[in-house]
Design a protein around this ligand. Sequence first.
Ligand code: PGA
Length: 249
Amino acid sequence: MSTFIIANWKMQKTHNESIAWVNEYAHELDEVVKQSQNTLVLCPSFTPLQSISAQLKNTTIAVGAQDCCAFERGAYTGEVSVLSLQEIGCTYCLVGHSDRRHYHGETDCCVAQKALLLLKHNISPIVCIGESADARANKKTYSWLCKQLKPLLNEIGDVETQARLFIAYEPLWAIGTGHIPTQEELYEVSAWIKDIVSACLSVKTHILYGGSVDDAVRPNLHELSSIDGFLVGRASTKIEVLKSIVAGV
Ligand code: PGA
């Protein structure tokens, strides 16, 4: 089965740098994706999205946004509509990334609203969830994750829609820190997420892991049947590292 690699470039590259990177590496990356038969989604920041979507049009590499507005259109200054993302060929969109929750105060309800809007417009939402170090230390991981997932799972509609949902488990203590959960910890949490999701939905949902994944250090997916791929931040802007991750899972 195809493994999903989501490259979250955050704000690491400017508009021109992003386009130049794709110009230089799209071909070789495409070859690696084809050989591996995995799925690669590049998520640059908003301004280069349209150009990159056009650059990757005849490749196997998909394009995703890093966020969207919770409303379709209207007086929402500075926001980007799901309708625009759809028009320019985005097929995936991150929502509820911990950067958005932390710096922009995004709530679980707002994240659910964005995910539902994306599903309505045939874009796969990658809903990011993950507990803090404190919650983990106080054995509150599951109540934390449950609170984050509930507004979404309560509202999600028909089966066809459900099948497009992705959930990325990104413990806050693992993002950008170089620490990743042990195989056992990850197995336990991802299996719990799978169970709680399948109790509410009628189809299988894709579960990803994110947080300090690179070519040298990453969970072994062959031993983790409950994980379908990785959400990669920092390491995904380095071509050799990204190629190695795509080829190696
Ligand atoms: P990282 O980021 O891979 O740099 O830890 C992951 C993320 O924030 O999505």
